[in-house]
Design a protein around this ligand. Structure first.
Ligand SMILES: [Zn+2]
Length: 273
């Protein structure tokens, strides 16, 4: 049975003391955790960490407004959007897409957490730097919080998951010169807004070699934590993608997003007005 002391000890070994960290996790990877997801969060907070998690919601999307069907945007516009919600996203609520996992869900339920208002790619945080980090996100600067964590000397932590879960690689795609895909959703007051979102992450395991020299690992229970210094990791991913753009391709011949992202992403000047 994993206890809060095990989490704190692991995080201490991983050098996470007093740092902002972006956590991607599989609670199941730990084995049995006494107290569940909240124990992992508490163990990190106890060390002075600011814990940042993605709290994405994939079902608030809408069709683009007239004249905004951007080319190379990783989207077959004529496909019907199925299963979308009719209400408006609110950061005050705790709704999150189930595939985000139980640790982000548990963090969202904390009364003192901060959450951003991006209707598809919101992030939430707890800890001393939570507001400073979360406030950097806008509808179009969707990965501002990762850049802030990097500036503050923070780390990306993968708890029992691989690089296909590391959302910050989408920031590296942007830093390598790609435009992020555009989608549309209702803003918090119900108006139609344009938002930036990430592409397909199915091929990100191909970037493992680029971070091997800067990665450290710690075992907590059955979970292997991979710890990356954020700033350095972003540099390494950006360099690898710049050198070989096709490295991010998921290899699925049916993928709509990978070819468009690799070609540079949406053409923003076209189809406007
Ligand atoms: Zn793909």
């Amino acid at each position: 049975m994993i206890t809060i002391e095990d989490v704190t000890t692991g995080a201490h070994y991983a050098g996470l003391v007093d740092l902002p960290i972006v956590v991607h996790s599989s609670l199941r990877s730990f084995g049995c955790v006494e107290g569940g997801a909240d124990t992992v969060i508490d163990g990190l907070l106890e060390l002075g960490c600011t814990v940042v998690v993605p709290t994405f919601t994939y079902d608030f999307r809408l069709q683009p407004p007239c004249g905004q069907r951007l080319a190379r945007n990783g989207w077959r516009y004529d496909d019907t959007l199925l299963g979308m919600r009719s209400d408006v996203f609110s950061p005050a609520r705790n709704y999150i897409s189930p595939e985000m996992g139980v640790i982000p869900s548990a963090l969202l339920r904390r009364p003192n957490r901060t959450r951003s208002s991006h209707p598809a790619n919101s992030m939430a945080a707890l800890g001393p730097l939570a507001n400073e980090i979360i406030d950097t996100q806008t509808y179009l600067d969707v990965y501002g919080p990762f850049q802030k964590v990097a500036e503050l000397g923070g780390k990306f932590v993968l708890m029992g998951v691989g690089l296909t879960s590391l959302t910050a690689i989408h920031l590296a795609e942007k830093l390598s010169g790609r435009e992020l895909f555009r989608r549309w959703a209702k803003g918090t007051t119900g108006e139609l807004i344009e938002i930036a979102v990430g592409s397909c992450s199915g091929g990100f395991d191909s970037l493992n070699d680029s971070i091997e020299p800067i990665e450290s690992t710690v075992i907590v229970g059955d979970s292997c934590w991979r710890v990356l210094p954020a700033e350095l990791a972003l540099c390494r991913f950006t360099d690898a993608i710049s050198r070989e753009p096709a490295i991010t391709h998921c290899k699925s011949p049916k993928c709509q997003r990978c070819p468009d992202a690799i070609a540079g992403g949406p053409i923003l000047a076209e189809a406007r007005g």
